[in-house]
Design a protein. Structure first.
Length: 722
DNA sequence: ACATTCAGATAGAAG
DNA sequence: ATCTGAATGT
């Protein structure tokens, strides 16, 4: 292959990064500056020019999507799969290490990863079992405490209690850890901590990997936390080369322990590491880019970097003040339809919001107009109740000691194991320090329980054993099919009524086909197909399977939009209290992170950016009036164009960016307000969108839910305010 | 033991 | 508004 191809089309800085001799370096890469390209070309360069074996390369990312993309692009650039190269997420790679060395890591061969939902349930049980007041010791907070300590590399025995409260958290941490260890359960933080400890305690294993990975590349380095940093530091050792790519302005995961300061730490620890800045943006038109730059200078803690582009001005940013969230959604959908009418494709459009809960209203509006959409993140397939139930059976089949799975399905469907029987099991397991399954078999074998409870529990134990036996010779998807059927799960859901039940059955069937389509990854050495599938469900369920190539509007949170780009971007709900979020205004130091999040949002847009906010919004069942976000004010007016209602009656000056009510005064004499919901005897419910004139002759425009928009004369319409 | 009803918490992001 | 766990009824 012609090596010069690897540098073709790169700018000077990009070339410097790609073609540097193997060494440690920092690439400060602004949004849209081609950092993935640099990473991909760097990997190729190391193999082609520096003659590094793929076996010696490790590339670490945060999301599965980023890992998959990098892998795909490297393979494409080099015309074929590069065997032996490790590309994956921190969690994925840690998992792989633990599987390969589970004995040295002190884990059973069939250890299972649990997600935060399982973790929370476990903690709830535990806190209850410790006779602690759940109000005073919320499981959520325990989870947060434990996660935080694991991020810092701390075990309960490392912790010193300075007050009785902390002392109790440590006790909970300890009990939780013991119960996980007994059951062979590993939470997300544990994956990282344990693989770090593996190296710490087994120097020969560390030496092996240090020896192997002479070049390590890390993407989105600003998102690394303490344990990840320590992990990388240890692996790199004195011989390896660590290339980190990141952007301090896009650090948006501080809340889960990410330390931007790790970039500085890297520069100190890796003395002599070169810094390369990528500041040319290839993504956005200059209006959008300038707006982003203007916003981010309001942050004080920056490394200093200003993006520039050769692109032309482009369209101004459109700002829309909506009456409420429904109006906002309708506006967005209307613009998307226009885009589509002009020949644009739906998949060019992304709707970005601060929190997942905001997607609902938008979905409704899209559904109404029959526009296809796809949601990233949020409720994932493998998070669904029925799927988790089915998977819990599989987990128990795989590992009888999996208490989280046991608790979940002992009595699902109900089989006579109620509070009474269950507390017998829990007590026994607590007394003996055993798992629930062990407790159950122990009690049965020694005839320590009798009556109804005993026979119910016996039946359950026999059921699981039978399922395991029945399924021994079957393919994975047949196993799941069998288990779902014979466990009684399926009929349980079939007996439920309503649309929900129907979709639950469909999801269970979908699970079977997901299993049928599951290919065991070639990096899962020594794993059974089931173990790999179970791990996949926890670790990689995020990226949806179907619809990926359909032409659909993309819906996602601002967080999950990082790393992506779209020709048309809508940022919705840009209001004080939403974005920046309420919590961030209260916690110190979080505001700058919110601003970075806004920066991330703006810089996703290539050609057109819409920002909208609602003057009134229904939140937690209450009507709220928010002010426009401070971030809007921080964007210079010259980059912004305000959008008004279709028929312009109002004076532009009256409809200023931050006016909230003055223009409504004369109109209010009619008794109605813009954005108000009204009921019409014939046309049904609608929203007041616009008005003309005043007094009894006043005509108002109403957007009816079913019939679309109509102009009506107030005095004849006999509207009922809602 | 199970089904139904009720009250109260809860809406911040991802692996 | 929606979901969860507890209280209540059968």
């Amino acid at each position: 292959m012609d090596v010069s191809l690897l540098l073709d089309g790169l700018n000077d800085e990009q070339r410097n990064a790609v073609a540097a001799p193997p060494s440690s370096m920092l690439v400060l890469a602004g949004a849209g500056s081609g950092k993935t390209r640099v990473l991909v070309h760097r990997l190729a360069w190391l193999m082609q020019v520096e003659q590094c074996s793929p076996y010696s390369l490790l590339a670490v990312t945060f999301t599965n999507k980023a890992a998959a993309e990098m892998r795909g692009r490297v393979d494409k650039l080099l015309n074929g799969r590069q065997q032996g190269m490790w590309i994956g997420t921190f969690h994925g790679i840690a998992h792989r290490l633990l599987r390969a060395h589970h004995l040295d890591a002190g884990l059973p061969a069939e250890f299972q990863i649990i997600d935060s939902d399982d973790q929370l349930r476990l903690l709830k049980r535990l806190i209850k079992a410790m006779n602690l007041d759940e109000k005073q010791w919320p499981a959520k907070q325990a989870m947060w405490y434990i996660g935080g300590k694991k991020d810092e590399g701390l075990r309960p025995e490392h912790l010193q209690a300075y007050d009785p409260i902390e002392r109790n958290w440590i006790k909970i941490y300890q009990a939780y850890q013991e119960s996980c260890d007994r059951a062979g359960l590993v939470d997300f933080g544990e994956l990282l901590l344990r693989s770090h400890e593996l190296w710490l305690h087994k120097p020969h294993i560390l030496a092996h990997y240090q020896d192997r990975f002479s070049n390590i590349l890390v993407d989105e380095f600003q998102d690394t936390n303490n344990i990840q940093y320590a992990w990388l530091r240890m692996l790199t050792g004195d011989r390896g080369n660590l290339m980190i790519v990141g952007d301090d302005d896009q650090s948006i995961y501080g809340w889960r322990g990410a330390q931007v300061a790790n970039i500085q730490r890297f520069l100190t620890d890796f003395d002599g590491a070169k810094t390369i800045k990528l500041e040319q943006n290839y993504r956005s038109s200059s209006n959008i880019l300038n707006a982003a730059n203007a916003l981010i200078v309001n942050n004080s803690e920056r490394m200093g970097k200003e993006l520039w582009t050769e692109d032309n001005e482009g369209d101004p940013i459109s700002l829309y003040a909506s009456f409420n969230e429904v109006d906002e959604a309708r506006f967005v959908v209307g613009r998307i339809k226009e885009w589509q009418d002009q020949g644009g494709s739906l998949s060019d459009c992304a709707i970005l919001y601060r929190s997942n809960a905001q997607s609902r209203v938008v979905e409704d509006a899209l559904l109404q107009e029959q526009l296809a959409y796809r949601i990233y993140g949020g409720h994932r397939f493998f998070d669904r109740l029925e799927i988790k139930d089915a998977m819990a059976y599989m987990r128990l089949k795989n590992n009888r000691d999996d208490d989280a799975a046991f608790e979940r399905i002992v009595n699902k469907p109900t089989r006579g194991i109620g509070d009474r029987a269950l507390s017998l099991l829990r007590d026994a397991s607590r007394e003996q320090g055993s798992t629930l399954w062990q407790a159950a078999t122990y009690l049965l074998d020694n005839n320590l329980i009798a009556g109804r409870a005993a026979s119910s529990i016996r039946k359950f134990v026999e059921l699981i054993t039978a399922l395991d036996n029945d399924v021994a010779e079957l393919a994975l998807h047949e196993q799941i099919d069998h288990v779902v059927l014979y466990s009684g799960l399926k009929s349980m859901y079939q007996l439920e009524k309503g649309e929900k039940a129907q979709s639950r059955i469909e999801n269970l069937e979908e699970l079977v086909s997901a299993a049928r389509g599951f290919k065991i990854p070639d990096d899962s050495e020594e794993m059974t197909e089931l173990s790999a599938f179970l791990a996949f469900a926890v670790l990689e369920s995020a990226e949806g399977q179907a619809d990926e190539f359909d032409d659909a509007v993309q819906l996602m949170t601002l967080h999950s939009a990082k790393g992506l780009e779209f020709p048309v971007v809508f940022m919705i709900g840009v209001e004080e209290g939403m974005f920046p979020s309420q919590q961030s205004t209260e916690e110190s130091g979080r505001m700058e992170e919110e601003r970075r999040l806004c920066y991330v949002g703006i810089t996703r847009a290539m050609k057109k950016l819409y920002i909208s906010y609602a003057e009134s919004r229904r939140l937690y069942g209450k009507e709220m009036n928010h002010r426009p976000s401070r971030f809007i004010r921080e964007i210079p007016e010259k980059y912004i164009e305000e959008i008004r209602l279709k028929t312009q009656i109002r004076q532009p000056t009256q409809f200023g960016r931050f006016s909230a009510g003055s223009e409504k005064m004369s109109f209010e004499s009619t008794g109605y307000q813009l954005g108000q919901r009204v009921l019409h005897a014939k046309f049904g419910e609608g929203i007041v969108m616009n008005y003309e004139g005043s007094g009894p002759q006043c005509r108002i425009q109403i957007e009816f839910d079913q019939l679309g928009s109509k102009w009506l004369v107030v005095s004849y319409a006999r509207l009922q305010a809602l």
